[in-house]
Design a protein around this ligand. Structure first.
Ligand code: GLY
Ligand code: MN
Ligand code: MN
Length: 454
């Protein structure tokens, strides 16, 4: 079992930074409530969903707006109540159940900043809240009992947008959590790589990843993408094949861990024994690092995405995958055949974090560049934003088929070269970056260094 307890140094950092973080969260929530004319905010953790005609439930994942307040991912039917000027209240659902174990009262660096009230059922939860909630905003599921709670507004869109917008820039506390999530993820990746090298199946590689992170699947921020060979061409490959393939060419692993509710999102690609594919991974690594070097506050993320396509055009040419200059590969849409997804996204409580398109809370959305429908971030970077940088090239049969039917593209592709590389699926390299005024901190590479040195 992995030792995933925070070190004393991290524990001290969390102790020191959570208070100021919560103070800032309270202040911005108070401003948002005031702008909407609300007296307070009630946030629901969510309810466990039952399988159709069965009595077991799907894995419970707490709603993100609840995890914004407390690092509790596994407590259904609980609430945060925040009234500006008062200490936030955690109403923790603690049923008198003997079929399932009720949640323990929480402990840790954050608990002293909350008033914690245990509630055995919905009536007790309601009784723990102010009698008059008619001017309060509620974020969460419209549960059956809600109708009788006398709440002002359920899921008010403008308020939620404002709160989402503010989540992009992370506090020192959040950066500490994101660094820790990256260290856990790096440990998982190193274990997964060793499993690949000794011939494990996709499923066994996942087990090694989980063991090294000290996590069960539902505690990860997303389902790991663990693809051997041509599976790497499926962008969110989900199979986890239990059989070992006859031949072993490559591993594309996109897997992250969670710490205190914050996610890491990390991808590495490995060649088993092929020097040519290994060299191509090396080229992609260089490309990724050049893109990382462009990241700093004030940069429009759309420009980074478009720069990634210029870089990809040059790489396709150098790797002899296309028979035209890089600029032509961009102009004819060829780079989008090989790189169909966005170059990165905001990261935080959610792996694809909220607010990626917002001009301001009140104004509309910033559009994606024409022809790039999958980009998830269009904002200008600010200090404290955490983003992923995840360039790649893939040999995707559906997109290559379409390119074969496109005159402008078909003649420019080196088809024999593509055919010889297709068994590797594709390459993606993904790091998490914390933006600053002068550049960025690469949380992922730092984490790999720290884990290797430990
Ligand atoms: N792991 C999903 C992504 O990289 O966006
Ligand atoms: Mn990502
Ligand atoms: Mn990823």
């Amino acid at each position: 079992m992995a030792d995933t307890e925070p070190t004393p140094a991290l524990e001290a950092e969390l102790q020191a930074t959570f208070g100021p973080h919560l103070e800032a969260l309270c202040a911005r929530t108070a401003r948002a409530l005031e702008a909407g004319g609300f007296s307070g905010l009630l946030v629901h953790s969510g309810s466990a969903l039952t399988v159709f005609e069965d009595d077991r439930t799907y894995p419970f994942l707490a709603h993100a707006p609840f995890k914004v307040w407390v690092p509790l991912a596994d407590v259904p039917d609980s609430y945060i109540w925040f009234k500006p000027g008062s200490r936030p209240v955690l109403v923790l659902h603690q049923p008198r159940d003997y079929w399932y174990k009720p949640a323990d009262l929480p402990r840790g660096y954050w608990v002293r900043h909350f008033e914690v009230v245990a509630a055995a059922d919905a009536a007790a939860a309601r009784a723990a809240l102010p009698a008059d909630l008619s001017r309060a905003a509620y974020i969460g599921d419209a549960t059956p009992e809600l109708a009788s709670w006398g709440l002002g507004t359920v899921n008010p869109r403008d308020l939620m947008r404002r709160l989402d917008y503010d989540r992009a820039a992370k506090s020192p506390y959040e950066l500490a959590c994101l660094r820790a999530a990256n260290r856990l993820g790096a440990r998982g990746h190193l274990a997964a790589t060793r499993a690949f090298e000794r011939g494990a199946s996709e499923f066994e590689i996942e087990l090694e990843f989980l063991r090294a992170c000290g996590a069960r699947e539902q505690e990860l921020p997303y389902n790991p993408i663990i693809a051997l060979n041509e599976g790497g061409a499926v962008l969110h490959y989900q199979v986890l094949e239990k059989r070992v393939p006859r031949e072993r060419h490559s591993l594309l692993i996109d897997a992250g861990a969670q710490f205190a509710g914050y996610a890491s999102d990390i991808t590495r690609t490995h060649s088993f024994a092929d020097a040519d594919f290994r060299a191509l991974i090396g080229r992609m690594d260089g490309l990724q690092q050049r893109l990382c070097a462009r990241v700093r506050a004030g940069v429009d993320w759309r420009d980074i995405h478009l720069a990634a396509h210029e870089e990809t055009g040059a790489l396709l040419r150098e790797a002899d995958l296309v028979r035209c200059p890089g600029e032509e590969a961009v102009a004819t849409g060829l780079t989008r055949v090989f790189l169909p997804h966005g170059i990165g996204h905001l990261l935080g409580i959610e792996v694809h974090d909220v607010g990626g398109f917002m001009k301001t809370p009140a104004q509309g959305e910033i559009p994606r560049p024409e022809g790039h429908p999958y980009l998830r971030l269009t904002r200008v970077l600010e200090p404290g934003f955490v983003v992923t940088m995840e360039p790649g090239i893939y040999f995707i049969p559906q997109l290559l088929e379409a390119a074969r039917a496109n005159d402008a593209q078909a003649n420019r592709i080196n088809w024999p070269r593509v055919a010889s590389l297709s068994k590797f699926g594709g390459i993606r390299i993904e790091d998490d970056l914390a933006v600053s005024r002068s550049g960025c901190e690469n949380l992922t590479r730092e984490a790999f260094r720290a884990v290797a040195a430990a």
